[in-house]
Design a protein around this ligand. Structure first.
Ligand SMILES: Cc1cc2nc3c(=O)[nH]c(=O)nc-3n(C[C@H](O)[C@H](O)[C@H](O)COP(=O)(O)OP(=O)(O)OC[C@H]3O[C@@H](n4cnc5c(N)ncnc54)[C@H](O)[C@@H]3O)c2cc1C
Length: 340
């Protein structure tokens, strides 16, 4: 066997796999990422992506993971990255965006995006969009996923990490055979964990979004309905483009964009910002949020015979970006402990 087998094999090149691999490589470990799809074909690429622990099992680790990631994303946002564009919106990998979170119900709980530092204020009645009964103004880190995944990939490479694309593994044992001397395998396969582990607790929650030219929108909008999660409207400005959504279809694993859904998204977003009626559609994106009762982040001594420790890191639902750095740090500690 080649003596070049890495210390750790990470399966998956979405935001969870790349962030975890970066932390591991920066801790001085030799790391290889193997993934069936490159970052630009993952669910991570599709995300909005705003910080907020949405659609994720709220156990007592989530607040810590979210806080660590919030600090990291806030650092990315200041001061070098954001820069003005022709459309007037700040463009950059991460920027602190201000905007409105609205709910259909009166007296609804405060939005998931709110933190101590987000400057939450309740909107007066004349600023609440039609069809909503409560709204808040606040700010939160907004991540441009195509640029952000490029950044992670590049930072991981600078730390000495390797990345390879492989046919989909049928089992974790098959994955571990890729580098037989590697003692730690980190499973960052998102919805893929459903078949790979296998873990039937992982459920797809399909999200469809539309990318359009930005007619000059600088503020985000997120409209939710606590009584019906499928009733979701959002728009996130990313410089010259704006990402419009969305859907939350539990149990639907189709990755094909649906034209009727896209038309509904455009109509709902145009009702919030009428200037979007003039926007040109640039593309359609679909991703499968890997929902699970709780995120699975733990070490498992899977195979006594070959002594491989498997560290699972999947099931982040609608909050993979939000929790990514906190989870990556915990995985790094587990991997270092397993290698000691
Ligand atoms: C429309 C939409 C909007 C969202 N908005 C937000 C948001 O605003 N904020 C936020 O925090 N989160 C958001 N999310 C959720 C977030 O995108 C996910 O939680 C996150 O992308 C999960 O990342 P991941 O790396 O675990 O999975 P993925 O991005 O799906 O990556 C999985 C990787 O594993 C590989 N893989 C899987 N199975 C195998 C196998 N058997 N063999 C080899 N490789 C395999 C894949 O090829 C891929 O490289 C959103 C999601 C959607 C769909």
């Amino acid at each position: 066997m080649p003596h070049t087998d890495p210390d750790v094999l990470v399966v998956g090149a979405g935001v969870i796999g790349l962030t975890t691999a970066t932390c591991l490589a920066e801790a001085g470990l030799r790391v290889r990422v193997a993934a069936a799809e490159p970052p630009e074909q993952t669910t991570s690429f599709v995300a909005g992506a705003i910080w907020g622990p949405h659609l994720v099992g709220m156990d007592d680790r989530v607040a810590r993971w979210g806080k660590t990631t919030l600090q990291q994303l806030t650092e990315f946002a200041t001061p070098a990255h954001p820069r003005p564009t022709a459309a007037g919106a700040p463009k950059g990998m991460v920027h602190i965006a201000s905007g409105v979170a609205a709910k259909r119900a009166a007296a609804a709980p405060t939005p998931e995006l709110a933190t101590d530092g987000s400057g939450l204020t309740q909107c007066p009645p004349d600023e609440i969009p039609d069809g909503y009964r409560t709204a808040w103004r606040l700010s939160a880190p907004l991540v441009a996923m195509p640029e952000y995944l490029d950044y992670l990939r590049e930072r991981y490479g600078r730390a000495g990490g390797e990345l390879s694309f492989v046919p989909k593994f049928a089992t974790l044992h098959e994955a571990s055979r890729l580098s037989p001397r590697t003692r730690v395998l980190v499973n960052c396969t998102g919805y893929g964990a459903r078949d790979l582990v296998p873990d039937t607790d992982v459920t797809p929650v399909r999200g469809q979004a539309v990318v359009a030219t930005n007619p000059g929108i600088t503020e985000f909008f997120v409209g939710t309905n606590d009584a019906d999660p499928r009733d979701l409207t959002y728009l996130f400005p990313h410089g010259d483009t704006v990402l419009l959504g969305g859907t939350e279809e539990r149990g639907n694993a189709s990755r094909e964009p649906d034209p009727a859904t896209a038309a509904r998204i455009l109509a709902a977003c145009s009702a919030i910002r009428p200037e979007l009626r003039e926007a040109r559609v640039l593309g359609h994106r679909v991703g499968l949020r890997p929902a699970r009762r709780f995120v699975r982040l733990e070490a498992e001594q899977a195979d006594e015979a070959d002594g491989v420790t498997i560290v699972h890191n999947y099931g982040h639902g609608g909050a993979g970006v939000t929790l990514s750095w906190g989870c990556a740090q915990d995985v790094t500690e587990l991997a270092l402990a397993a290698l000691r």
